[in-house]
Write a protein that binds this ligand. Structure first.
Ligand code: DGL
Length: 273
């Protein structure tokens, strides 16, 4: 049995492309439909209720594309909206928190893990919970880094100003002697070089992209949802606002070739009162 419908992937902006890159490498036969909510990025400073509402709207748009599976390529959404998404849609929904936590537990030797992410992700405690569920002895030190997503969307990946901001955010983690750092935002792998400059080689960086892609592969196999072996595979990208820096950053930082970007309007649902 096989299924040639696309895998639907979404994020607030460009960050989820780090997951798309891993999916393309691991599952080259699959069609991927990527939706970036560039009209409303960043999500990370918004309330859990708002993020949940946005997530439902985007997942509905992916279902309209006939998605066979929804990949939430956003830690902010994954940390607050997975139960609601799973309850609202009939297709499987995979987030990025569990895969990131598993990768961190596999890497840490001193059992002291740092986590950086958006305010909403850190406030939710989702990584602490996922890490402790895997190993009760792990010590977790978390830090919200709200300025990093706008810098990445702007394409300031190798810039003195970005380096200084990173240092200011990471200094407490450096002095706490973590040995593993979870990049708890799918945008942050784009700053891996700058973060390595801040830490030196002592700290291992973990991002969920690779592990999330493996979880997707496993689920497709379990449910007989893999695309036919001869399928050429492709990537379609839609955004909710004009691309601006999107294409340049995708090309330069991720070496992802994206053809024509489609524009989609969000069909809003009423906020819960
Ligand atoms: N890439 C997202 C994440 O993983 C969203 C960041 C944002 O929009 O603030 O959290």
């Amino acid at each position: 049995m096989s299924d040639s419908r696309p895998i639907g992937v979404f994020d607030s902006g460009i960050g989820g492309l780090t997951v798309v890159k891993a999916l393309r490498e691991l599952l080259p036969n699959e069609a991927i439909f990527y939706l970036g909510d560039t009209a409303r990025v960043p999500y990370g400073n918004k309330s859990a209720e708002t993020v949940e509402r946005y997530a439902i709207e985007l997942a509905r748009m992916l279902m309209a594309e006939n998605a066979k599976l929804i990949v939430v390529a956003c830690n902010t959404v994954s940390s607050v909206a997975i139960p609601k998404l799973r309850a609202s849609f009939s297709v499987p929904v995979i987030g990025v928190i569990e895969p990131g936590a598993q990768a961190a537990i596999a890497r840490t030797q001193n059992r002291h893990v740092g986590v950086i992410g958006t305010r909403a992700t850190i406030r939710s405690g989702a990584y602490e919970n996922a890490l402790r569920a895997l190993n009760v002895h792990v010590r977790v030190t978390s830090r919200a880094c709200p300025l990093l997503v706008p810098l990445i969307e702007e394409g300031w990946l190798n810039d003195k100003l970005t380096d200084n901001i990173i240092l200011r955010y990471l200094e407490p983690l450096i002095s706490e002697e973590i040995d593993t750092l979870v990049l708890g935002c799918t945008h942050y792998p784009l700053l891996a070089g700058a973060i390595e400059r801040a830490f030196g080689s002592k700290v291992k960086l973990v991002d969920s992209a690779q592990n999330c892609a493996s979880a997707v592969k496993e689920l497709l196999d379990q449910r007989s949802l893999r695309a036919p072996a001869g399928n050429p595979g492709n990537l379609e990208v839609a955004l909710t606002d004009a691309p601006d820096n999107f294409l340049r950053v995708a090309r330069e930082a991720l070496q992802l070739e994206i053809g024509e970007v489609q524009l989609r309007e969000v069909i809003h649902s009423a906020p819960a009162l």
